[in-house]
Ligand binder design. Sequence first.
Ligand code: URA
Ligand code: URA
Length: 255
Amino acid sequence: MSEQKKTILDEVIQFIETEKELYGSFTPDFIQSDDTDKETGVSAEVASTDVEKVEEKPELTLAEKLNHCNTLDQLKELCERSDELKTDLENTNLVFGVGNPKADLMIIGEAPGEQEDIQCEPFVGPAGQLLDKILGAIKFKRKDIYITNILKHRPPENRNPAEEELTRSLPYLLRQIELIQPKIILCMGKVSGTTLLEKDDALKNMRGTFYKFKGADLTVTYHPAALLRNPNWKRPTWEDVQMVRKRYDELGGKP
Ligand code: URA
Ligand code: URA
């Protein structure tokens, strides 16, 4: 407390003590109350110097904010408020993820496209329809698994995500994985695979095997949009998803 304010306060306290002697006790603890400044009439200028001395609470780091999210709903709310998830396409919607929050299988694509942005749901456009067919072939329903992307907003003209966009978005996805705790992660396409595995390799070299990732078995296969362009990749994709189904059953994945 500043000397000046202390002096004024001491004078006020003395004045009140005198008043008490003359007129009896009243509002005994108001001197200690938060409204002291108002009651004593200590000028705002004096009061503000004290306010400045109060140590500013440092802004939480992103890691702390993410750690404070204990549910997907809380994480989604953080994503809604996070400008760093946006791309340079204006007014896009958050495409957070969809499905079972306790899913044993998590599917991770690269970024929302036009339909995904409109419907605020991943994999609902043409590539999504093919993904649904692939999942159906290995007896999965969308509602049983969890589907999301690395980027939570659509890039302009569906261009590949920029390196810095992937870097900005990744911490949110990693927290999403921690909250869901899937047994298996299936990365759709090269961008998703190379980003999570932190290695720049061709898809054909990365696929066909499982990697340990945050307690899950992670694998990579062709992106359904790539299958629409190159049907030769359908056979290896079929092998990959059968491998996923087998491991899922071995690990006691539910349902
Ligand atoms: N491609 C992706 O990677 N993700 C989607 O959600 C849609 C298309
Ligand atoms: N190249 C890609 O970018 N994705 C695939 O799925 C396959 C090849």
